[in-house]
Write a protein that binds this ligand. Structure first.
Ligand code: TRP
Length: 333
């Protein structure tokens, strides 16, 4: 009997060094869940070609990728069930991106990308790579003919571009690529602890994000300092900082504290210290578990996982690029 073909999942994450709580709850935990679902085949990529589109320190990049891989493994990605690799180790991605740029991406549609607008404002030098970033992202996915891409809300526009590129390519050169569908992460966005009106991200700066490598003291101090009230709110509306703390508690699965503290809130009797204590306990429990697992992955083992991951996926990427070269008229003359 023929086994039903697994649905292929692809996703990428920037090599920011170490993961923070927002990455974990908003993305990586969902990657692990998909890996554990037998109907999917999962490929996960650390996207260093994307990371070099803004200023960076060349000497730090290899370490950033390595630490990111180590954190992904500590969070539960399993090299026996997922392929995990660094993008630049499969240079075919850039060749496909070039062909997509040249043949089926319109300048005007890239101009409309909101992430480009946000990332380019205030920069001294805006690289062309930052502008064409979403085309490389489309190539990342389509080179493996992956149809399913777990991402957060902020990446939906990029996936629509990938879908348009694939449709245009198929129409012009013959059916080659699947239709890309986002698998939206179930957890709503985790916000910055310092400014709960913006997403938790490393680029916002220290004290905005909670690294998974934090010690228990650091977790408690950061949660204690988390902003709760940000000024007057309309009647009956929870302030974003408080909503974020409740959101974290819920995302971490502490239903008992979540519902009892929520009842306090509704009765107008919530003490922020109690909410913060519960949140800090739940965060520390998660960080501690991940940190213990980190220890099982010495650096040499992480390098080996990345090497084997790249070796496993590269033939797939190569085959797609060969097929594409044939279709677009770049086969050996
Ligand atoms: N742009 C994505 C982000 O910033 C990262 C990324 C690169 C990605 N290539 C991808 C995500 C392919 C999904 C699929 O989060």
């Amino acid at each position: 009997m023929e086994e039903k073909r697994k649905k292929r999942v692809f996703s990428g994450i920037q090599p920011t060094g170490t993961l923070h709580l927002g990455n974990y709850l908003g993305a990586v935990r969902n990657w692990v869940a998909l890996q554990d679902d037998p109907s999917y085949e999962t490929i996960y990529c650390i996207v260093d070609y994307h990371a070099i589109t803004i200023e960076y320190e060349a000497s730090e990049m290899p370490r950033r990728s390595l630490e990111m891989a180590r954190d992904l493994l500590a969070c539960g990605l399993d090299p026996g069930r997922s392929q995990i690799f660094v993008q630049s180790q499969v240079p075919e991605h850039t060749e496909l991106a070039w062909i997509f740029q040249a043949t089926c991406t319109a300048y005007g549609e890239l101009q409309r990308m909101t992430q480009f607008k946000a990332k380019s404002t205030g920069r001294e030098m805006i690289s062309v790579g930052l502008f064409t970033y979403p085309v490389l992202q489309a190539a990342d996915i389509l080179i493996y003919k992956a149809g399913f891409v777990p991402v957060g809300e902020d990446q939906v526009q990029h996936l629509e571009l990938a879908r348009d590129v694939s449709r245009r390519f198929n129409k012009r050169f013959g059916r080659t690529f699947p239709t890309v569908k986002p698998l939206l992460t179930p957890t709503s966005r985790i916000m910055s602890l310092k400014d709960p009106e913006q997403k938790m991200s490393k680029s916002a700066g220290e004290s905005h994000f909670l690294p998974l490598t934090a010690t228990e003291d650091e977790v408690r101090t950061m949660v204690k300092r988390a902003v709760t009230d940000v000024g007057p709110r309309p009647e009956g509306e929870m302030s974003p900082g408080v909503a974020n703390l409740f959101g974290i508690l819920e995302a971490l699965g502490d239903e008992e504290h979540h519902s009892s503290l929520m009842a306090d809130y509704e009765a107008g009797e919530l003490r922020y210290v109690d909410l913060k204590d519960a949140v800090a306990d739940a965060i520390w429990e998660t960080c501690h578990r991940i940190q213990e697992r980190r220890a099982a992955y010495p650096e040499e083992r992480v390098r080996q996982v990345l090497r084997e991951g790249a070796e496993a996926v590269r033939p797939l990427a190569r085959a797609t690029v060969d097929e594409v070269r044939e279709r677009v008229g770049l086969a050996r003359p």
